[in-house]
Design a protein around this ligand. Structure first.
Ligand code: SF4
Ligand code: FES
Length: 247
């Protein structure tokens, strides 16, 4: 495949940034999007130019490091797919593809396609610790968990913290991410002792980080590579109301 790439280049946080056009040739349709960027970067390095900075780690859809706006869509055109798992066969030969970093006030651009997602860490920290004892693994039957709760908690726990939900949201809200994190512990017996302090702490950290509020637009769940459902935001709101009423 031969492609024209228009890539956001920004040397650092204080640089204004701009789109730069590159021709990329002889790309296998079976290459991943990141492998296509690797090929481009090798050519840039051989030509003595600065390679494009982008985040990645596992390249198998589980770490949440990769992520970029591809033709204006977080993680690109394939549903429930991270950028590292997106393959070039989803594009047309000769296509022009725009590649930009996540755009959100709480995710400042570090360089090129790399953004600082430290605000997600602060939301996690805002939730504090759980008091479930550590040590030897308890008997699997010691704490019965209803199947429906176990499944819902597992679904929430599949959030990989990629940030696509924030980038897609017109309000720059991280409510889907926060709802997933609140939900995966709040649905289990082990998460009950700190359930109230956790939801309040996480939402305070969410707002302090500069994320916007949720207006139920639903863009977040549409681009989420793990299919985290909007219903978890409803659950988060209910949990929050209960926690502040008790307080
Ligand atoms: S909720 Fe989905 S889109 Fe948002 S951080 Fe988690 S996995 Fe990524
Ligand atoms: S590099 Fe780990 S999810 Fe894409």
């Amino acid at each position: 495949m031969n492609l024209k790439l228009r890539v956001w280049r920004q040397t650092g946080p204080s640089d204004k940034g701009r789109m730069v056009t590159y021709d990329v040739t002889d790309i296998s349709p079976d290459a991943s999007f990141l492998e296509m960027l690797d090929v481009l970067n090798e050519r840039l390095i051989l030509a003595g130019e600065e390679p494009i900075a982008f985040d990645h780690d596992c390249r198998e859809g589980i770490c949440g490091m990769c992520g970029m706006m591809i033709n204006g869509v977080a993680h690109g055109p394939a549903r429930a797919t991270t950028t590292c798992q997106l393959h070039m066969r989803h594009f047309q030969d000769g296509e022009t593809i725009d590649v930009e970093p996540w755009r959100a006030a709480a995710f400042p651009v570090v360089k090129d396609l790399v953004v600082d997602r430290g605000a997600f860490d602060r939301i996690i920290q805002g939730g504090g610790y759980i008091s479930a004892p550590t040590g030897a693994a308890p008997d699997a039957h010691a704490t019965p968990v209803p199947k429906a709760d176990a499944d819902a908690a597992f679904e929430a726990a599949t959030c990989i913290g990629c940030g696509a939900c924030v980038a897609a949201c017109p309000n720059g809200s991280a409510m889907l991410f926060t709802a997933a994190k609140v939900g995966h512990l709040g649905l289990l017996p082990q998460g009950q002792p700190e359930r109230d302090t956790r939801v309040v702490g996480m939402l305070e950290a969410h707002d302090e980080a500069g994320f916007g509020g949720c207006t139920n637009t639903g863009e977040c769940t549409t681009v989420c590579p793990k299919g985290i459902p909007l219903t978890l935001i409803g659950r988060l709101n209910a949990d929050y109301r209960k926690a502040v009423t008790k307080r």
